[in-house]
Design a protein around this ligand. Structure first.
Ligand code: HDE
Length: 706
């Protein structure tokens, strides 16, 4: 059993602690090893795990069957409350390496010791849906990071969007109540397309900037691997003299940004509700673990004074053009959890987990969060000793204190002393190395108020909108029309369009038109007149921040018996060469026998591998194969969806009957449809795929684009 003051160790050591607690180090080996004797929790060997103890062959079950009772008792208590928000999540372990020191600004070792490697854990999540909901909900994604530093745990409990819906934590319960299922009917699940959400939003103008982000494709990411992460609030860095700077934290995916289309999201949720978690699992398994750079925007009090908006207002960004993001380190997520419950479910992030040299700003949202996270862990994990659970315990630094007892205490002090000061010895406070809060001067009247410096709700919403490419702007309009079309009350729809008029008149008109409003509603009253002079920022667009190559993306290759082996093999070779992956989709999951007699193994039967699962597709068919598949609705959908979703499609001439039956006629054969005749046609196709989509096509295939 570990003692107070003992180093709980790095990842492997933490597991040792876990097994010791479990009893003789055996507990966690049971599942992995064959031929071990099954035991009860008390370690008693079990002779029969198939039948409960009964009186006679057909008699009643006896209460004295302690094994049966223990087994059922434990099962009955397996569930813990799911998170009240961010219930559905998926985590992985990784390592952070610092490349550039911030010693000028902070004493935090993780940000000053160049080359230092810090173990970490990340949990990605959706916000509104329950634990069993689907991955591709239109929603904000949680991006919660726990660094196990040498000076204690540091958590950045961030999102994939740099702003938030509300400015003051007191509105959080209202926001979440409005977003989740309506309380009388218990639906809709994992979506904001309902009256309560839009009612609250339309009555909360401060949410407008966030709404632009949530209606953009940022809210339907292609993968966790292609999302940015943001700490959102202004935090503080504290240097050796106790001087504070402001800082905003960013995570930039080295894989580039990418999202899906709404129509794809709807279909992916049916085809593979675990799409995002499977994607991360596979990327780690296949040896291409994702990486993010840690970036910082550092600024001082003078900048905070000068900046157009309040740096304490979490509904505002600081554009990268004004304060560039300095990339100071990189993290890689390269290890799965060993047990989903023990790690991903039980991990407890807390915004107040900071280390010496890092502190808080007065952002009222952050201040509220600092209370909420500790409180919620107690409810969820059931004991103030949740810090003893291995995934939450610090690693690589000692833990010494006199906190004791409570439910499930694993780490009580040994010996006589459990108070401080004392005459026995033991841990003492350390004025040199210990955590020091920023010595900020604060004064003021005690009052319930919202600072007038928080009052501009539209200018940055507009800045976000004008920073998008035309296709991204179209998607924002489409998303608003879709969501508001699910509102039953016309007054809510109209009220929202009134807000949009303060953001962008063309967007307001497009949404009013899409909803069929009889007239354009008046613009919503604005506390501060919206500014039209904020310049666009390229950093806000996904399309402008896409990948440099097709690496890490996935192609679906539809093959049939007698398909040309030369092309299938050339594709597979080139896909591997560019660092992408593929799945063979075939009429039978066993695969197909190619024209050289070789077998290519299938990953998906056509019914289980719709093209929405892939970033690009290839149709490598024989004449007979194409003729057969042309009769098959799912195969036709495979092609017509790939086309409608603006994907690059490689095909052999023999596949043309299927393409034709999928409704793609000669004039539709644009430059995104690439004919493969010989192996040398393959590399240019994969180079083209790096663009991910032929966006111009969407303006041809979507009525709303007209
Ligand atoms: Fe959270 N949030 N939140 N939140 N949040 C929780 O803590 C809360 C906010 C975020 O993967 C809860 O452990 C309040 C902003 C993430 O385990 C809870 C307010 C941002 C996660 C909670 C906010 C977040 C949570 C529920 C308004 C982005 C998942 C379970 C002041 C910067 C962490 C839990 C994980 C989880 C409260 C607003 C991100 C109830 C009161 C802003 C990523 O404590």
């Amino acid at each position: 059993m570990s003692k107070i003051g003992e180093d709980t160790g790095a990842k492997s050591k933490a597991r040792t602690f876990e097994t010791e607690v479990g009893g003789g180090g055996e507990l966690h080996q049971i599942a992995g090893k064959k031929d071990e004797t099954l035991t009860t929790q008390q370690g008693v060997p079990i002779a029969d795990d198939q039948n409960s103890l009964k009186l006679g062959e057909r008699g009643p079950t006896l209460l004295e069957d302690f094994h049966f009772r223990e087994k059922i008792f434990h099962f009955d208590h397996e569930r813990i409350p799911e998170r009240v928000v961010h219930a559905r999540g998926f985590g992985a372990h990784g390592t952070f390496t610092l490349h550039e020191s911030l010693s000028e600004f902070t004493t935090a070792k993780i940000l000053t010791e160049v080359g230092e490697q810090t173990p970490m854990f990340v949990r990605f999540s959706t916000v509104a849906g329950n634990k069993g909901s689907f991955d591709l909900a239109r929603d904000v994604r949680g991006f919660a990071v726990k660094f196990y530093t040498k000076e204690g745990n540091w958590d950045i409990v961030g999102n994939n969007i740099p702003v938030f819906f509300i400015q003051d934590a007191i509105k959080f319960p209202d926001l979440i109540h409005a977003a989740k299922q309506e309380p009388d009917r218990g639906f809709p699940q994992a979506q904001t397309a309902h009256d309560n959400f839009w009612d609250f939003i339309s009555l909360t103008p401060e949410s407008m900037h966030m709404i632009m982000w949530v209606m953009s494709d940022r809210a339907i990411p292609r993968s966790f691997r292609f999302m940015e992460g943001f700490g959102v609030h202004s935090f503080r860095l504290i240097d050796a003299q106790g001087k504070g700077s402001f800082v905003k934290f960013h995570f930039k995916p080295r894989q580039g940004l990418q999202s899906v289309l709404w129509n794809e999201a709807v279909k992916i949720n049916g085809a593979d509700p675990d799409y995002h978690r499977r994607d991360l699992w596979d990327a780690i398994d296949l040896g291409s673990p994702p990486e993010w750079d840690l970036g910082v925007q550092i600024f001082d009090d003078d900048f905070a004074e000068r900046f157009e908006f309040d740096v304490l207002d979490a509904t505002k960004i600081i554009p990268e053009e004004q304060v560039p993001v300095r990339r100071i380190g990189t993290f890689v997520l390269d290890a799965h959890v060993e047990n989903f419950f023990a790690e991903t479910e039980q991990v407890a992030f807390c915004t107040q987990n900071v280390v010496p040299g890092i502190g808080f700003s007065n952002d009222p949202l952050l201040q509220g969060r600092n209370f909420s996270y500790l409180d919620t862990q107690l409810k969820r994990l059931g004991s103030p000793n949740f810090t003893h659970i291995p995934i939450n315990a610090p690693k690589g630094c000692p833990v010494h204190n006199f906190q004791q007892d409570g439910h499930m205490a694993m780490r009580n002090p040994k010996g006589r002393v459990n108070y401080e000061p004392n005459s026995w010895g033991g841990p003492r406070e350390n004025p040199d190395a210990g955590y020091r809060h920023l010595a900020a001067q604060e004064s003021g009247t005690k009052q319930q108020t919202r600072s007038p410096s928080f009052a501009d709700h539209y200018s940055q919403a507009r800045q976000f909108f004008i920073s998008q490419t035309p296709i991204e702007q179209k998607h924002i309009g489409d998303a608003l029309v879709f969501e508001l079309s699910k509102c039953e009350r016309p007054d809510i729809r109209a009220r929202m369009v009134g807000h949009l008029r303060n953001i962008d008149e063309s967007l307001a008109k497009a949404v009013a038109g899409g909803l069929g409003l009889p007239a354009l509603p008046d613009a919503a009253p604005a506390a501060v007149a919206p500014r039209a002079d904020l310049p666009p920022s390229d950093a806000l667009s996904i399309v402008k921040n896409g990948p440099e190559s097709f690496a890490g993306r996935k192609i679906g290759i539809l093959v049939s018996d007698d398909a040309p082996a030369e092309l299938v093999k050339a594709l597979v070779k080139e896909i591997k060469a560019v660092g992408a992956v593929y799945e063979i989709v075939a009429p039978h999951v066993a695969g197909a026998k190619l024209d050289d007699g070789s077998m290519v193994e299938g990953k998906q039967k056509i019914d289980g591998g719709p093209s929405v699962l892939y970033d690009a597709v290839a149709l490598i068919l024989s004449p007979d194969g194409a003729a057969q598949l042309a009769q098959d609705k799912t195969a036709k959908d495979f092609v017509s969806d790939a086309y409608a979703h603006c994907k690059f499609i490689a095909y052999v001439d023999d596949a043309l009957p299927l393409i034709d039956r999928a409704g793609i006629a000669e004039p539709d054969m644009d430059e995104g449809m690439v004919r493969l005749e010989k192996a040398s046609d393959v590399p240019p196709f994969l180079t083209m795929c790096a663009q991910l989509r032929l966006w111009e096509r969407e303006f041809k295939v979507d009525l709303d684009a007209a």
